[in-house]
Each structure stands twice: as structure tokens, then as C-alpha cells.
Design a protein around this ligand. Structure first.
Ligand code: SF4
Length: 92
């Protein structure tokens, strides 16, 4: 199971990420090419764009489900959690 603790620093902030278990075999980028990309000098993939609608999220989930190393996580902190309204709700 992927871990936020071991995610690659190249992942853009958000729900989905790739962690250090990635084997660099490119399957996720074939399933969701608008979201997963190989780092230029090789070695692993990372999330370069988070999904912004249900269809894109479904593609990212399909990539997660087919990753043989369970290197894709979907429990990263979405950027919207840092919004002012979210903090107001938490601090009440
Ligand atoms: S499917 Fe998993 S192991 Fe394969 S390249 Fe993508 S993140 Fe890495």
C-alpha cells in the first residue's frame, strides 16, 4: 500500500501520488497519461496533474487498481483542505 510518507517529491500536491515502490514500468501512464508521467532521468513515475473531474478521477483510480506494486496512493491531502473555510470548520 502506497504511503504519503514515501511519496516522491515530484508529485504535485493533492489526493493522488506515486511513492518509492514504483518500478518504472509505465503502466499507469498508459492508463492515465494526463496525470502520470515518467521522471526525465528515469527510475520512477509521478503525478504531474491531479484529476479535476469524476472521469479523470476514475482514470487515476484505474491506474491505482492496476499498479502491481501498490505504489499509487489516493490519500494525499487535497489542496482544498487548506482553504480558509476548512480551517474555520475545524477550529469551531
Ligand atoms: S503502475 Fe505502479 S509500479 Fe508501474 S509505473 Fe505506475 S506507479 Fe510505478
Amino acid at each position: 500500500m502506497a504511503s504519503v510518507k514515501y511519496k516522491w517529491p515530484q508529485n504535485v500536491p493533492g489526493e493522488f501520488y506515486v511513492d518509492e515502490c514504483c518500478l518504472d514500468h509505465h503502466c499507469c501512464a498508459e492508463i492515465a497519461p494526463d496525470h502520470f508521467r515518467r521522471i526525465d532521468d528515469g527510475g520512477h513515475l509521478y503525478v504531474y496533474r491531479q484529476p479535476s473531474n469524476p472521469e479523470e478521477r476514475a482514470r487515476c483510480m484505474a491506474a491505482l487498481d492496476t499498479c502491481p506494486m501498490a505504489a499509487i496512493g489516493c490519500d494525499g491531502v487535497p489542496p482544498k483542505l487548506f482553504s480558509l473555510s476548512w480551517w474555520r470548520r475545524i477550529l469551531r
